[in-house]
Write a protein of this length. Structure first.
Length: 333
C-alpha cells in the first residue's frame, strides 16, 4: 500500500511539474506582434516619445515588437502606403497633395506629435527680419514649394502690406541653419524652432525669429503627424490603438521628465549632440501636448481650416472635403 501511495504521489508530482513547465514555456513562446515605424528624417526630439516607449518596455507590454527606422527607400508616405511599415511621420501640409490626387495613397493621420505649428522664419539678430515685411530686399532660402511661398506671401501682406516679390529667393540646400546664417549663406531660413532655433542658442548664433501661426492662425496646422496604412488600420484596429497608447505613455513621460527622456534618446542615437538634445527636449516637451487634454489629439476645426485655405488660394487642384485624411478614433479616450 505504501508503494502504491508513493507511486501515485510521484505521478501526481510529475504531472504538476510538467504542467508548470508547459505554462512557463507557453509564456516564453508568446510572440510579439511586429510593427515598423518609419521616421520622416534623422532621429531628433520630435521622436523622443517613441524611443522612451521602446526603452521603458511600453510597446512590449502592449504585445508589440516595434522597429523604428529611417526612410531609406523613398519617403515615409510611400513606404507606409506599400505596407513596408505600418506607421510613419509626415506633416499636414505635405500630405495635402495626396488627398487631391486621382489615386491617393491609402494612408490616414492618426495622431499629432506636437499640438501647434512651431515653424517660422529665422534670421541674424538686428537685421530687421523680426517681422515678415522685413524680408523685403533680403535673401531667403526656399524649397520652391507653392505652399511655402504662399504662406510667406500671406504673412508679409498682413504685415503692413509687405511685398513678397521684393524677396530675393535662393535654393535651400542648407542642413545647418545657424551655421548658414553665421556664414551669410542666406539672410532668412524657414526652421522648426524646437531644433533649429534651439541649436542657434547652443551654437551662440544670435537670431531674430517669428512664428507663422502668430501672424495668421490658419497656419497653426499640424506638423509633424503620425499616419498609418489604411488596410492595416482596418484589419488591425486593436493593434493600432495599442501602439498609440504605448507611444502616448512615452510622450507623457517626456513631458514629465525631459532630462530623462533626452538621456534615452541619446542612448538610442549616440551620434546626437547631447547638449543640443537636452536643451531641445526641455523646450519641446512642453509642446507635445500643450493645452490639449491628451497627447495626439487633432482639432478638426484647425485641420479643416488649413485645407480650406489651400483650396481658397488655389494651392490644391480641388477642394479637400471636410475631415479628410485624419481620425482621432485610434487614440485613447
Amino acid at each position: 500500500m505504501k508503494k502504491l501511495i508513493s507511486g501515485i504521489l510521484l505521478v501526481t508530482t510529475l504531472i504538476t511539474l510538467g504542467a508548470c513547465h508547459s505554462g512557463q514555456a507557453s509564456k516564453k513562446e508568446t510572440k510579439l506582434e511586429k510593427v515598423t515605424f518609419v521616421l520622416d528624417w534623422t532621429p531628433n526630439t520630435n521622436h523622443t516619445g517613441l524611443y522612451v516607449a521602446k526603452e521603458k518596455g511600453y510597446f512590449k507590454e502592449a504585445g508589440l515588437d516595434v522597429s523604428i527606422v529611417q526612410p531609406s527607400d523613398g519617403d515615409a508616405s510611400m513606404i507606409v502606403a506599400s505596407n513596408k511599415a505600418q506607421f510613419g511621420i509626415s506633416a499636414q501640409d505635405s500630405l495635402a497633395a495626396n488627398y487631391v490626387s486621382a489615386k491617393p495613397l491609402p494612408i490616414t493621420t492618426v495622431a499629432t506629435i506636437l499640438q501647434h505649428n512651431t515653424s517660422g522664419i529665422v534670421s541674424r539678430k538686428g537685421e530687421g527680419i523680426n517681422h515678415p515685411k522685413g524680408l523685403e530686399k533680403k535673401t531667403y532660402a526656399t524649397w520652391d514649394s507653392p505652399i511655402e511661398k504662399a504662406m510667406i506671401k500671406d504673412v508679409m501682406a498682413k504685415d503692413n502690406g509687405g511685398d513678397f516679390n521684393k524677396v530675393k529667393l535662393i535654393p535651400n540646400t542648407i542642413v545647418d541653419e545657424p551655421l548658414a546664417l553665421k556664414e551669410k549663406q542666406a539672410d532668412a531660413i524657414w526652421i522648426f524652432y524646437g531644433w533649429g532655433g534651439i541649436k542657434a542658442g547652443v551654437d551662440n548664433v544670435a537670431i531674430d525669429y517669428f512664428n507663422f501661426k502668430d501672424i495668421n492662425p490658419v497656419f497653426d496646422y499640424y506638423t509633424p503627424v503620425i499616419f498609418a496604412n489604411d488596410t492595416f488600420l482596418k484589419e488591425n484596429p486593436k493593434t493600432a490603438k495599442k501602439f498609440l497608447a504605448a507611444a502616448s505613455k512615452g510622450y507623457e513621460d517626456a513631458i514629465k521628465d525631459p532630462q530623462a527622456a533626452a538621456d534615452i534618446l541619446c542612448k538610442e542615437v549616440p551620434e546626437l549632440d547631447k547638449n543640443l538634445v537636452q536643451k531641445s527636449q526641455a523646450w519641446i516637451s512642453q509642446q507635445y501636448k500643450a493645452e490639449a487634454k491628451s497627447w495626439g489629439y487633432i482639432d478638426p476645426k484647425r485641420w479643416n481650416a488649413f485645407y480650406d485655405w489651400l483650396s481658397e488660394n488655389k494651392l490644391v487642384a480641388k477642394k479637400i472635403p471636410e475631415n479628410t485624411g485624419f481620425t482621432n478614433a485610434y487614440l485613447s479616450e
